[in-house]
Design a protein around this ligand. Sequence first.
Ligand SMILES: Nc1ncnc2c1ncn2[C@@H]1O[C@H](COP(=O)(O)OP(=O)(O)OP(=O)(O)O)[C@@H](O)[C@H]1O
Ligand SMILES: [Mg+2]
Ligand SMILES: [Zn+2]
Length: 446
Amino acid sequence: MARSKILYQCQSCGYASPKWLGKCPDCGSWNSFAEEERVTKLASRKTAEPLSLSGVTASNDDRSSTGIGELDRALGGGVVAGSVILIGGDPGIGKSTLILQALKGLAKLGSLLYVSGEESPQQVKLRADRLRIKSDNIILLPETSLEGIMDVALKLGPKAIVVDSIQTVFSSDIPSAPGSVGQIRECATKLMFMAKKHGMPLFLIGHVTKEGAIAGPKVLEHIVDTVLYFEGDKGNPFRILRAVKNRFGPANEIGVFEMSEEGLKEVDNPSQLFLSERPSDISGSVVTVSMEGTRPLLVEIQALVSSSKFGIPRRTGLGFDYNRLNLLIAVLDKRIGMQVAGMDVFVNVVGGLKIDEPAVDMGVITAIASSMKNKSVASKTVTFGEVGLSGELRAISQAEIRIKEAAKLGFKKAVVPMNNAKKIKGPEIEVIGASNVEEALDIIFF
Ligand SMILES: Nc1ncnc2c1ncn2[C@@H]1O[C@H](COP(=O)(O)OP(=O)(O)OP(=O)(O)O)[C@@H](O)[C@H]1O
Ligand SMILES: [Mg+2]
Ligand SMILES: [Zn+2]
C-alpha cells in the first residue's frame, strides 16, 4: 500500500516542510524549496535477525588497491568491499578522469560497470584513449534509469560500480523530477543496498553547487560511507582529493595530484611542490605547516596589505576562512598596535589549497605583518601556532611531525608556541618558542 502526499523539500539539504518556504530553516538557502511528492511505502517487511556482536565476522582487510597510491590513501588504504564512496567536485575538475584511472587499477579484480549518464560511450572512449586505458573488463553503460542500471548490475555482477553522475539517475517509482533531492536520495539508497548486499564497492560522482556543497548534498553525505572532495583551481594543475568523511579511515586525509594531458599524476612530495615557485626575499610571504589528515604539508601563505581607497577596507582570504582572517587582523591591530584595521588585506594560500586549521593562524598573521612592515621573512624559517583573541600563541597538536617535515625540506628555524617548543628537540632545526604573537614576530623579524 502506498500513501502519497505533497510536501516541499529544500533542494540543497533535503529539509522537508508541508508548506513552501522562502528560506530554508536548516541550511539557510533562499528559494531552494521545490514540490516533491513523498511516497510512503507501507508494505510489510521482513525483520532482521538479532545477533551477538562477537558472533559477527568482519575484516578490515578486504580492501582493493586502485593502483593510485594517493587515491588509496584518501580512502584510508584502498577500497573496502561493499562501501559507497561519493566523489564530489566542481565541473571539469577531473572527477571522471580520476575514476577512469581508478577503474584501470581495479580491472584486475574482474568486470567493472561504468554507468555514464552524462557522456556518450564515444566520449568516455576518447578520454580512455588519451589516458591510455584499455581493458575488456571495463563495461560502459549509457543509462540514466535506476531500474535499468540495477537490472544490468544484477545480471553482470561486477566487482565495482561507478555512477557518473548520481544527479542524472532517476527512478520511475518516484514522481519528483530527476536531479531533485527526493530522486537523488532514493536512487543512492537503492544503489547502496545493492552494493552492500553483493559486497561490491559503489562510486557515486556528484556535482558541487556554487556554495561548494554536493547538490542534493547533505542527504547523500549521510547515506554514503566515504565522501571525497576533489578540489583545485581552474588555472592551476594541482588537485587535492580530500576525505571529508570516512567510515573506514581517518577523515581529512588527502591525496595530491597534478593534472596533465595524460591524466592525473600522483605527487609524491606535496610540500616540495607547494613551495616550488616560492619567491625569495619578498615581503608578505611565509611558510607554515598544516596537517592534512595524517600528513604534514608545508604551504606558503602570501599577504598583500595596501591602503584602502574606499571607506570600507576590503579583505579577501583565498583558501583561508574569511572570519578567521578578520579576527587575526583585529589581533594585529589591537594587541600589537599595527595599524592594519583600515587597510585592504588580501591573503592567499598558494597552490589552490584550502586550509581550515587554527595552526596556520601564525603563518597568516606573519604574512600580513611582513607585508605591512615591508620586511621579508628569512627563507629558511617556518612558523605555526593558534592565535588567541588576547594575542597569545596557543599550543597545537602534532607539532613534532610538522617540525620534522620542515627540517626534511631544509628549513633551519621554526618559531612555534612556547608549550610546543618545550617538548621538542630538533638537532637539524632550531626550534624557538614564543608565548604570544608579539614575541613571535620579534623573533621572526628581529
Ligand atoms: N587534452 C587534454 N589535455 C590536458 N588536459 C585535459 C585534456 N582534456 C581534458 N583535460 C583536463 O581534464 C579536465 C576534465 O576532466 P573530467 O572530464 O574528468 O572532469 P569532470 O570533473 O568529470 O567534469 P564534469 O563535471 O564535466 O563531469 C579538464 O578541465 C582538463 O583539465
Ligand atoms: Mg565528468
Ligand atoms: Zn536547506
